[in-house]
Design a binder for this molecule. Structure first.
Ligand SMILES: *Cc1c(COP(=O)(O)O)cnc(C)c1O
Length: 224
């Protein structure tokens, strides 16, 4: 997988190190997750807070950087925050406010990404593209959050060309925020690309690919 990521980066004229693999472990148990860590994966992603809690407890000694990539209910914020290296799914202002309030007790701000619903799919979480630029006023009050960038999922209905357009749209939105938000955040991270489309996402500037199923196709190899 690292080789495929590296090739996609090189073909896009980017350095392989510019793209981080977040290995999504939601399909497998803690024992299999441990194999991934043994194989060198340090950044792991879970979509459900409960599963992240359980695996973080079982694998506490491994130095894993946990990424929450799925929706976080506000009543689970308190228990989840101390475990999380980066929250990809900042998908509503109410959640961001809750995160900010919870983080106030800590010296360092919480690294978060804003999830953007680039495909406009009604079943998806995230901010509509046009709702993101005006967020700057609300975010100014949330001093305990560090918005590191943007996250999206390509629409399920679309084809590869459509996915690539959506990834480009996320990058263009990020570039626009960099201009309009006058450097308040660095916005270096673009979390985009999954098993079926990470190469297109890397071509459009992804800095973090969230790959699950494609990793476990080689599971028997990993076990042997
Ligand atoms: C499950 C999941 C992934 C990984 O999906 P695969 O297609 O299995 O690689 C990535 N991002 C999110 C938000 C997910 O829920």
């Amino acid at each position: 997988m690292q080789a495929r990521i590296g090739t996609a980066a090189t073909q896009a004229g980017r350095r392989p190190e510019a793209v981080r693999l977040v290995a999504v472990t939601k399909y497998v148990d803690a024992a299999t997750t441990r194999l991934l860590v043994d194989a060198g994966c340090r950044d792991l992603g879970e979509a459900r807070p409960q599963q992240l809690w359980d695996k973080a407890a079982e694998l506490a000694e491994l130095g894993i950087r946990w990424h929450l990539i799925g929706h976080l209910q506000r009543n689970k914020v308190r228990r989840t925050l101390p475990l999380v290296h980066l929250l990809h799914s900042g998908d509503s202002l109410r959640l961001l406010e809750e995160l900010d309030a919870e983080r106030a007790a800590q010296p360092a701000p919480l690294p978060v990404l804003l999830e953007v619903n680039v495909s406009g799919d009604a079943a998806k979480h995230g901010f509509a593209v046009d709702d993101v630029p005006p967020l700057v006023e609300s975010l100014a009050k949330l001093a305990h959050l560090d918005v590191r960038g943007l996250m999206c999922m390509a629409g399920l209905e679309g084809d590869a060309a459509e996915a690539r357009r959506e990834f480009a749209a996320l990058r263009e939105l990020r570039d626009r925020l960099r201009r309009e938000w006058s450097g308040r955040y660095t916005l270096d991270e673009l979390s985009m690309g999954m098993s079926g489309d990470f190469e297109a996402a890397i071509a459009e500037g992804s800095t973090m690919v969230r790959v699950g199923s494609a990793l476990f196709e080689g599971l028997d190899e990993l076990r042997s």
